[in-house]
Design a protein around this ligand. Structure first.
Ligand code: ATP
Length: 355
């Protein structure tokens, strides 16, 4: 284990329950750091919707530059009813993903003890690797003849060989460290230019990995499989849009969006990576102490893993898993724990973990 290391991490709690789950994650990360003989220097960034109302921007003009000297970013959620969703997304998260080449969005989904699945007793343990910087989320296109009867909109998806190759390499390496099974989500029967290209490049890339088998599945059929038979699926590689949809579905299948974490990775480590819960700002429960902090804590564990602190990451995952198994749960999982009392229980479990 690396000793006495100090990591500089930027923290953007953002909006709604982001303000509640991020402090929960920070206290768990600080605890596990003190046990592991490393420390985290947090640089707090009050960016998000309030910042937008005050300045007209979700983050300062030199926000990317400010973040670039750190070793990682922990984000809560951004989103507020008073600002259009595309403004909040394209004003903060998407520039960060693109400027820092966070091309692999990793979304693990696992059934956890004490967390009932809406699709019955299934043993799910999968990781979705979503292409994170190109594809369907493109700026190419426009709205024409606005307000006229013949108004129309065009949006071009952008798929590059280099972009597909690098995310597939990442997914293949991940698959080879797990079961060796990789599923590629496609729609080449209907989307006749970009998706056959995706299929071709994915296939060529996976062929370079001995021991990794590739199954190409239409995304609609894959969605059904995630509900009906998720047990057999291990690693999925998917385009930006398909990966987004499949990972929310997979999160729901494993019990609650409140437990699903996500890592936006620059795998080569040239730029900081960003770690966040999959859920959003959840204004319906914000400020009431009801938010489930597991997704944020788990995202923190993914950050530790990326930083090379494998033991600390494993301790943290073990701690929240144990607390859930013991029946302490927030309201979204049918329990009565508050964000704070759940977090306290995780801290206690960490302190009692002898390993
Ligand atoms: P945004 O617009 O920022 O994406 P949203 O409210 O539309 O936010 P989510 O926050 O992703 O979407 O979640 C939808 C619902 O799921 C929330 O309204 C809330 O009831 C529930 N939920 C989400 N996250 C949590 C959590 N961590 N704990 C408990 N419930 C949650």
């Amino acid at each position: 284990m690396p000793n006495s290391e100090t990591y500089t991490i930027d923290v953007i709690p953002g909006d709604g329950i982001g303000q509640e789950v991020v402090p929960a994650a920070i206290s768990c990360l600080d605890e596990v750091a003190s046990q592991g003989d490393f420390s985290i220097q947090w640089r707090h960034r009050a960016w998000g919707s309030e910042h937008y109302h005050a300045t007209g921007r979700m983050m300062p003009e030199d926000g990317i530059e400010q973040l670039s000297s750190g070793q990682g970013i922990l984000l809560g959620a951004v989103g507020d009813a008073s600002i259009p969703d595309d403004v909040t997304l394209w004003g903060l998260l998407i520039p960060i993903r693109r400027e820092f080449e966070q091309y692999a969005n990793l979304r693990p989904n696992r059934t956890l003890p004490g967390v009932p699945s809406p699709v019955g007793d299934k043993d799910v343990d999968m990781v979705i690797v979503r292409e994170n910087v190109e594809g369907e989320y493109s700026e190419v296109g426009g709205r024409f003849h606005r307000g006229k009867p013949d108004e129309f909109a065009v949006q071009d998806a952008v798929f590059t060989r280099a972009g597909i190759e690098r995310v597939t390499r990442f997914a293949s390496e991940l698959a080879s460290s797990r079961s060796g099974r990789l599923v590629s989500a496609t729609k080449s029967n209907g989307i006749i230019h970009t998706m056959p290209f995706w299929d071709e490049v994915v296939q060529e890339t996976v062929a370079q990995y001995d021991g990794v088998s590739l199954e190409k599945v239409l995304v609609d059929a894959l969605a059904a499989r995630l509900v009906l038979k998720p047990e057999g699926v291990d690693v999925i590689v998917a385009s930006n849009l398909f990966g987004d949809i499949l990972s929310d579905l997979a999160a729901a299948v494993t019990g609650s969006i409140g437990i699903a974490p996500s890592a936006n990775l620059n795998p080569e480590g040239r730029h900081p990576s960003l770690f966040e819960p999959v859920h959003g700002s959840a204004p319906d429960i914000a400020g009431q102490g009801l938010a489930n902090p597991v997704a944020a804590i788990w995202a923190g564990a993914m950050m530790l893993q990326h930083l090379g602190q494998q033991d600390a990451a494993a301790r943290l995952e073990r701690a929240f898993t144990e607390v859930l198994a013991g029946g302490t749960k927030t309201a979204d999982l049918g329990g009565t724990a508050s964000t704070e009392s759940f977090t306290e229980a995780v801290l206690t479990s960490l302190r009692n973990d002898p390993s």
